[in-house]
Design a protein around this ligand. Sequence first.
Ligand SMILES: Nc1ncnc2c1ncn2[C@@H]1O[C@H](COP(=O)(O)OP(=O)(O)OP(=O)(O)O)[C@@H](O)[C@H]1O
Ligand SMILES: [Mg+2]
Length: 255
Amino acid sequence: MQEQHRPLSIKGLTVAYQKKPVLQNITFDIPEGKLIGIVGPNGAGKSTLIKAALGLIPRLTGDVSIYGKPYREQRKLVGYVPQRESVDWDFPTSALDVVMMGRYGHLGWFKRPGSKERQIALECLEKVGMADFAGRQISQLSGGQQQRIFLARALAQDARLYFMDEPFVGVDAATEKAIITLLNELKKQGKTVLVVHHDLSTVKEYFDWVMLLNVKLMGIGPADELFTKENLQRTYGGRLTLLNRSDDAIFVSAR
Ligand SMILES: Nc1ncnc2c1ncn2[C@@H]1O[C@H](COP(=O)(O)OP(=O)(O)OP(=O)(O)O)[C@@H](O)[C@H]1O
Ligand SMILES: [Mg+2]
């Protein structure tokens, strides 16, 4: 019965685009309250895994359950920060509106967001250091600022399980720090966060668990045990260049 209450449990998931499988027979579940890095080369299926878990794309086979039930029954418990390139940034809406969208799941039918929702959204903007930009059109913000707005939206959702697709891409060092502080805050509140991450040099520092993915699941578990040279070479194949410095390898150009 314990397993039923896992934040995310996936069994035998296969996804194909035009008959070409991009995820093959993926099975795993994750414990609550961990920061989990999803690692793998470009095209490994990382974004696809998240989209399939959220029912945004059809699966060929497999079951996904979130706290023991299908996603459609658990929407309120799940927050999603999409990969930046996949978002249409031209839609005419303010930063505050984008964050308010995170609150819709909490409102009943026909209810419009009121001053309480607005207050929550403003607090979330504050948390990501973007309160001064509340009224700004989302298209008129820089890439890193847009990223912060989407994080604020995820925070506003007050979910228990978060999926974040490359939140660190294209952000400066200060924003990266702000994001990692936020992730740790979420963890302290007992939330579970899955984060697609490309910078192998920070995986062990940022995450408790790591998922190694390349079409197949190459491993999932505590980062200390799994994040080894051998496992990374298996996951990235020839695309990984290793600079060895004693037993602690520095990983570069994992593309
Ligand atoms: N809509 C689509 N139609 C057809 N093929 C797709 C589609 N979306 C993704 N793919 C293919 O599926 C595979 C997995 O893509 P996915 O975006 O999940 O990779 P990823 O691991 O997130 O890569 P990246 O690190 O570049 O973000 C790739 O080979 C990609 O070309
Ligand atoms: Mg991706």
